[in-house]
Design a protein around this ligand. Structure first.
Ligand SMILES: Cc1cc2nc3c(=O)[nH]c(=O)nc-3n(C[C@H](O)[C@H](O)[C@H](O)COP(=O)(O)OP(=O)(O)OC[C@H]3O[C@@H](n4cnc5c(N)ncnc54)[C@H](O)[C@@H]3O)c2cc1C
Length: 382
């Protein structure tokens, strides 16, 4: 076993840490308060090579391994979950389906511009009546005269409506026979007549990320916008979520790390009863529990990345890492607020934002309950 990061991975960690500290941290609170998506920071992520970083160079990427990408998400989430969400959703959910299932023509058409920071791509699976049960999709697509006509809507779609949003991969029903539905994925570019996206306001967390509702009203796209094979839609979307779980795990790990560091620092500075509160064993033991959970989470997540990078099955471990990292993010953020006392409840302190931001992690890209379902199916069939 080799627990050492490669020099390349160390460099990425360092680069993203500096970017997050210098450019994201100073404005994260204000963006959160205003609920404002940052075009500037997204473009900077493109300039730094963080978008599409795992793609081969011929598609505009850096040809990096999964762990490098996961470290980048972790480092961003250590400072701000909204920026980490923009990166993770674009890289795993936006780029993933096109890279893994697109034709060469589709890859060359879309991927290079998705690596620069000038354009983001979205993943359109969730619908008002189809969340955990993605087979509950109602959006329909029919093929006639070499064109798909799409009707339906999607909800909670990350990177769907900012000025950088360039399009979305949509799961639609293309046939229903008896009770059997055929799911197919189709590429829809922004600006296509009949396709509209609107920003969802009023989020508790990730307030500086772009969350959208998408509407398809007799939206017509060319037949060649089919992604993968007809009928492979569900397989494409669900396998994309396997990769997505690793990045949500990284968001949980990074958030927990950031919350822990804030709590550690505060506990050494805050004095009560004539000494720093870290001198009280009950506080020191809370910090121990936090550090232990983070260490376990990192080992589990990095192992899942290693499995993927070594072409081994990683679906169970990705679900475990997503489940564990997001659950410990909740526990660590909660204890970090406790250590901050009343100040932890005030917006002046970043821990207040971290406490809100962690709450998505147990819900997005498969709830904690659904992760347990995925893991239980696998362990019961082993
Ligand atoms: C900020 C944000 C960004 C998102 N980004 C995207 C995106 O980019 N693309 C996209 O397609 N989706 C996205 N989503 C949607 C997200 O993946 C869904 O919210 C999630 O899958 C849960 O679906 P739901 O909200 O409909 O909850 P539901 O499925 O209605 O679940 C409600 C509750 O019931 C439980 N439950 C449901 N089924 C079962 C079961 N079989 N057994 C036990 N418990 C069960 C759930 O665990 C949960 O506790 C995003 C959501 C948010 C909030």
């Amino acid at each position: 076993m080799d627990f050492k990061l490669t020099p390349e991975q160390e460099l990425i960690k360092q680069t993203v840490r500096e970017f997050a500290e210098r450019e994201v941290k100073p404005i994260a609170k204000e963006l959160d308060e205003k609920g404002e998506f940052s075009v500037k920071l997204t473009k900077r992520m493109g300039q730094l090579g963080l978008l599409g970083m795992y793609l081969p160079e011929k598609y505009g990427g850096q040809g990096l391994d999964t762990l490098s990408y996961i470290i980048a998400v972790e480092e961003l989430a250590r400072i701000d979950s909204s920026q980490a969400a923009t990166l993770a959703a674009h890289n795993s959910l936006g780029i993933g389906p096109i890279y893994y299932y697109g034709t060469e023509e589709q890859k060359l058409k879309y991927l290079p511009k998705l690596c620069t920071g000038e354009a983001l791509w979205a993943f359109g699976l969730t619908e008002p009546d189809a969340g955990s049960d993605s087979r509950g999709t109602k959006t329909k697509a029919s093929l006639e005269n070499n064109e798909w006509t799409i009707n339906g809507s999607k909800i909670f779609i990350t990177n769907g409506s900012s000025e950088l949003a360039a399009g979305v991969t949509v799961q639609a029903i293309t046939k229903t026979e008896a009770d059997k539905k055929e799911f197919t994925t189709i590429i829809v570019e922004k600006g296509t007549p009949g396709f509209k996206s609107t920003v969802m306001h009023g989020k508790m967390m990730w307030r500086a990320s772009d969350t959208s509702e998408l509407y398809f009203d007799n939206c017509k796209v060319p037949q060649k916008n089919l992604l993968g094979e007809i009928g492979d839609g569900s397989k494409i979307m669900l396998s994309t979520l396997d990769n997505g779980r690793l990045s949500i795990g990284a968001m949980g790990l990074g958030l927990a790390q950031g919350a822990y560091e804030m709590a550690l620092k505060y506990s050494k500075e805050r004095k009560q009863f004539g000494k720093p509160i870290s001198h009280f064993q009950v506080i020191a033991f809370k910090l121990v529990d936090m550090a232990l959970k983070i260490e376990l989470a990192r080992n589990l997540l990095y192992k899942a990345c290693w499995l993927k990078d070594n072409n081994k099955s990683f679906s169970k471990e990705a679900a475990m890492a997503k489940l564990y990292c997001s659950e410990i993010a909740k526990e660590v953020a909660d204890e970090a607020v406790q250590i901050h006392g009343g100040y932890g409840l005030m917006k002046d302190y970043d821990i207040e934002r971290f406490y809100r931001d962690q709450r998505l992690l147990q819900i997005g890209e498969g709830t904690s309950e659904i992760q347990k379902l995925v893991i239980s199916r696998q362990i019961l069939s082993e």
